[in-house]
Design a protein around this ligand. Sequence first.
Ligand code: 0X9
Ligand code: ZN
Length: 324
Amino acid sequence: SVTSTPSQYTSYAQMTATVNSLVSRYPNLMHRQVIGRSHQGRDIIAVRMSNNARVDQNRPEVLFSHNMHAREHLTTEMALYLMNEFATGYGQDSRITTMMNTREIWIIPSLNPDGKVWDQDSGSFRNWRKNRQPNSGSTAIGTDINRNFAYRWGCCGGSSTNPASDTYRGPSAESAPETRVLTNFVRSRVIGGRQQITAHIDFHTYSELILWPFGYTYNDTAPGLNQDQLNVFATVGRQMAASNGYRPQQSSDLYITDGSISDWMWGDQGIWSYTFEMYPRTASQGGFYPPGSVINRETARNREAVLILLENADCMYRSIGKPQ
Ligand code: 0X9
Ligand code: ZN
């Protein structure tokens, strides 16, 4: 079949158990933190990985975030793949070892646990995208976390004011607890006035794309994104795309969004932030629910792209020959 059943993907409960068992097997390489709770009170966790993970070190940090959209279950598999790869590759693979010795790698395997449970745990998939927060004055449930960020929130027709819409932006920026957990975590990585996180990928499905800011405007450059910076985004984006066969483009080439995570990460925090849209390319290949048999192939497919971003994360301008 071209589609799947819920049991072919890791559930939120299984994800929690898998992360806990990895952390107890690799206590020096993995450190787990609860960074906050979802609307319904589930833990949102972040795992720090490095050669000395229990200690906060002064190194470039790279963040990988996953499963902001409930039904995009392949992205949680991507997080578990990365944890496994960095843990088992340390001391075995020279590129992974170098990155574990010179970076701090943050992995947030599910930004939307309530949505994931709602979509997956009833026996059949529900095609759910948003969080599970009620809306006052409406029976419709949920805010689209990827329209709820506080950078040009609601500015440009790239989100909806209708609580029933799949792209409902919420009553105000950061109104969704899940958005706030992520932004508070990212803000907490400003140490001595300097944001430690230099680069980021937010994993989604589907369409096989690598997207960079801005999403709120069709213009290639904008206030806060100059030509050199655009060239960095495009150069590293194209290098990553050459490794996985995705299409590299500016976010708004797909469609306009406002209040999305990558616009906030770059526009507010100066973090080189990409949005990946994973497998499949088209709806006819299974859309949000491709068969579980593709999980290994489609997560490993991004190994090289992730390493490319990690290796550039100490100085992204080096990619265009202008180290600063
Ligand atoms: O619409 C979204 O939030 C993302 N696509 S998804 O199908 N996973 O929901 C894309 C966001 C990227 N930003 C822009 N296209 N502007
Ligand atoms: Zn998505």
